[in-house]
Design a protein around this ligand. Structure first.
Ligand code: GLU
Length: 411
């Protein structure tokens, strides 16, 4: 199922619960603006190449729109549109003063040199600089992009509009970035896992965890969970999965990842299995932290974990989600589980606007505060309506956006 349709189905489950009128469903699911551009660059060898770039601005009722820029060969308008809507519900759920947006470039960054990626990024900003900015729409990293891309974006945007580092978040710390932004999404996933365990009355020490994906999110989640006494038995990346039922040595895996150009290839730990097998391991907690759509009706019956934490955006299809819910599996939904990233983006934006720098401890403390409030509100809402955590999370986010719109847009 395509991304936008999936997010729309999740939206409808919450909208049904509050008997939302069709006109409001239309208003809340239709993006404000969709931009598609063609990015033309000269490659290092003199050849010319072109790529499609997108920015979907979904909803600006609660504030400037906010969301990452995905660099991936499967990026298309439908995916960006679905992910932009998730950002609207996510920022509303965490009560950040933002709307939602998402962007991306249909490109495989591993096939190009850094100089080529820099040119692609700058040319992309050339084409969209007039629709983004610190008070309208603020890009950030997502899959395939990181702090270097954000520094290029900021620099290119400022060529048109002048100094204003709040125009992009997720920048390097030396370039007005925030301490703790890089670890924030993975750390947030770990913090959420701990909050869930406390609510379930379960102990971290007896909990086995499999994490699919060892990029920025998966690796920081693994680090935090290991430090919190969870037993990580499987990790994976594009090179395959590594499984040891007794537990992996995560600090050694992190060192390997850093020493091998952000890859687990060649890791001499555990048994080598496939990414598909990892999803079906006999573990307590499964954390998909890579691509969307990895658990569908075709493989959901093989999932044996009793807790699934969606570190990635949209990793479960609606059918798989319904099956897991029926089986009593607890799913911590993406818009709650990975909200730590955009939360620390917000802290970065605030610091940029105030020309004041926070220390790492303050960032971590305030992150925990925002996440605790979001988690508890979802937990209570789910109990009140006897619905899944996902439907409860959507309900809170969607209602907040609708209430704000009702105050201003209806004459
Ligand atoms: N790309 C991240 C997300 O999906 C972070 C967005 C941001 O920091 O604005 O939540």
């Amino acid at each position: 199922m395509k991304t936008f349709q999936a997010t729309r189905l999740f939206f409808d489950r919450a909208a049904d619960l509050i008997d939302m009128e069709p006109s409001w469903r239309e208003i809340l699911t239709t993006p404000n603006r969709e931009v598609q551009v063609r990015i033309i660059v000269t490659l290092d060898d003199g050849r010319i190449a072109s790529f499609l770039g997108y920015r979907v601005q979904h909803n600006a009722a609660r504030g400037p729109m906010k969301g990452g820029m995905r660099y991936h060969p499967q990026v298309d308008l439908d995916e960006v549109r679905g992910l932009a809507s998730l950002m609207t519900w996510k920022t509303a759920l965490a009560n950040l003063p933002y709307g939602g947006a998402k962007g991306g470039i249909r490109i495989d960054p591993r096939q190009f040199s850094r100089a080529e990626m820099r040119r692609v990024t700058r040319k992309f900003i050339d084409q969209i600089h007039d629709v983004i900015g610190p008070d309208t729409d603020i890009p950030a990293p997502d899959m395939g992009s990181g702090s270097a891309e954000m520094a290029w974006m900021r620099n290119q945007w400022e060529k048109y509009h002048g100094f204003n580092p709040a125009c992009v978040t997720g920048k390097p710390v030396e370039h007005y970035g925030a301490k703790g932004r890089e670890e924030a999404t993975g750390r947030g996933v770990g913090l959420m896992a701990c909050k869930l365990m406390r609510r379930l009355g379960r102990r971290a020490g007896q909990t086995s965890v499999a994490i699919q994906g060892f990029g920025n999110v998966g690796s920081h989640a693994a680090k935090f969970l290991t430090e919190s006494d969870f037993c990580i038995v499987a990790i994976s990346d594009i090179s395959g999965a590594y499984y040891n039922p007794q537990g992996l040595d995560i600090p050694a895996a992190l060192r390997h990842y850093l020493d091998h150009d952000s890859s687990l290839e060649g890791l001499e730990q555990g048994r080598r299995i496939s990414n598909g097998e990892l999803l079906q391991l006999d573990v307590d907690m499964l954390i998909p932290a890579a691509l969307g759509g990895v658990i569908t009706k075709d493989n959901v019956d093989g999932v044996r974990a009793s807790i699934v934490i969606e570190a990635a955006n949209n990793p479960l299809s609606p059918a798989a989600d319904a099956t897991l819910h029926e089986r009593g599996v607890i799913v911590l939904p993406d818009i709650l589980a990975n909200v730590g990233g955009v939360t620390v983006s917000y802290f970065e934006w605030v610091q940029n606007r105030q020309h004041y720098k926070w220390g790492l401890n303050r960032v971590r403390q305030e992150l925990d505060h925002v996440l605790a409030q979001a988690f508890e509100s979802v937990w209570e809402e789910a109990a009140k309506h006897r619905v899944s955590l996902r439907t409860a999370a959507y309900l809170i986010g969607v209602r907040r956006v609708q209430q704000t719109m009702e105050l201003t847009s209806v004459e």
